[in-house]
Write a protein that binds this ligand. Structure first.
Ligand SMILES: [Zn+2]
Length: 312
């Protein structure tokens, strides 16, 4: 008998990031019958709200948080993910007070590149001591013992301070989980393979050209758009996930995040670089790429078993 893939654990800053950045990987892993855990660091309570009918949620942090928790639950169900935790709900290090990690907010520095908001609150996730948040995640890593962990790259994908902090916390948690001297519950555990979520810049450029004219109320990206920090040349992509094979699940999960994602469409790409499109609150039409891309930053690809649809 051949063993299936081991457990996968993904760390994300906000509800919707699991789907936007890693939806195909999560759906493919779950469809293979292997365990998948998603950890979300905040509830995205400072997000902009797209549907006019839900505009009252914008700026009402607790109401938007509650709404986005429900959106996240629906998205995870669509992806087939059964195990989810909010980072602040996990047990903290000895003596830690109960925590509530809040969305730090962001401002656009340039189209496609974000920076810290000037008015992040005292509970902002970006200001939480890294070791405190990392201890919570490390304890979960020891309990779940994933074969693969996936998280943002150091630039936070596109610069959002919560994504940057999520990267720092995940990196520290991986070290703490493996450290016998860390003073945490559970047996020490070294995660065999660590992935950073990436964007294949070559495929993204081709997909951008393949987009249709923007529907009314939306627009195509301008020439001033800055590539996300997650973008790398195609030759530097270590692992690809076939998004076309799980497109229905990913599209359903995208639609579940209705406060954050609009204009979701999929098409028979016939081998092309894009398999659909969507837009976020900025109204810019974005391709759904044929392949999710990942960089390998810990371990070797041969160290673990991959589901069908995930490979070089
Ligand atoms: Zn996010």
């Amino acid at each position: 008998m051949t063993a299936g893939p081991g457990p996968l654990l993904a760390v994300h800053a906000h509800p919707d990031d699991e789907t936007l950045a890693t939806g195909a990987l999560l759906a493919t892993w779950a469809a293979a019958g292997a365990p998948v855990t998603v950890v979300t660091c905040t509830r995205g309570e400072r997000g902009e709200v797209i549907p006019p009918a839900l505009a009252h949620l914008e700026g009402d942090g607790s109401a938007l948080a509650a709404h986005r928790e429900r959106e996240l639950a629906a998205a995870l169900a669509a992806l087939g993910v059964a195990d989810h935790a909010f980072l602040d709900a996990l047990p903290g290090p000895d003596g830690a007070a109960p925590a509530r990690y809040e969305d730090s907010g962001m401002v656009w520095l340039a189209p496609g590149r974000a920076g810290p908001a000037p008015d992040a609150g005292p509970g902002a996730f970006a200001a939480v001591p890294v070791d405190e948040a990392a201890a919570r995640l490390a304890t979960l890593l020891r309990a779940r013992r994933p074969a693969v962990v996936v998280t943002d790259e150091p630039g936070g994908g596109y610069g959002h301070p919560d994504h940057v902090q999520g990267h720092r916390v995940a990196a520290r948690a991986l070290a703490l989980a493996a450290d016998p001297e860390a003073g945490l519950a559970g047996a020490p555990y070294r995660v065999p393979v660590v992935l950073w979520s990436a964007v294949d810049a070559d495929q993204a450029a081709a997909a951008e050209r393949a987009l249709p004219a923007a529907p009314p109320g939306l627009r195509r990206a301008g020439v001033d758009r800055v590539p996300p920090s997650a973008a790398v040349p195609g030759a530097q992509v270590d692992l690809r996930v076939d998004a076309a094979a799980v497109l229905d699940r990913v599209a359903a999960a995208l639609r579940a995040h209705a406060t954050q994602v609009q204009a979701v469409a999929t098409w028979d790409a016939d081998g092309g670089p894009a398999v659909g499109h969507l837009a976020l609150s900025d109204g810019v039409l974005r391709p759904i790429l044929r392949h999710e891309a990942y960089r390998l930053v810990g371990g070797a690809l041969d160290d673990v078993r991959w589901p069908v649809g995930v490979g070089r």
